[in-house]
Design a protein. Sequence first.
Length: 125
Amino acid sequence: MLGEQVPDSQHRFRIIIGPVDIDEYLRFTPRGADLPQLADWVRSFIGRECEWELELRIRAQSAPPAVMGGPQQLGWSGWLSRSLSGEPVTGMRFEPERYAGTFAKQRIDAAGKRRVTPQMKGQDE
């Protein structure tokens, strides 16, 4: 094979969390408080041999609607419509390793508002 990368589906996996309520969901988003710990656990268990992605599912009744001028971020913490069947909503699917450098920089609360965590105090924002 020529090239720097070769697609390989045997060395990639997905972790699915959910369905959960909005507060727990936000803790595992790229700016969430629990994502760094999850990433550390995954890496300590599998090393760096495999790539992985995280899929977050939210309970249909917990998924807040997007509101013009509201604090929600479309696709992160607000949705255009609710699941009529009551099935969980797949909120995000992403590769946590891509956000490793930003884990401690920013956190969001259940309303999608930015908040300062103890790790952020004294840092440039």
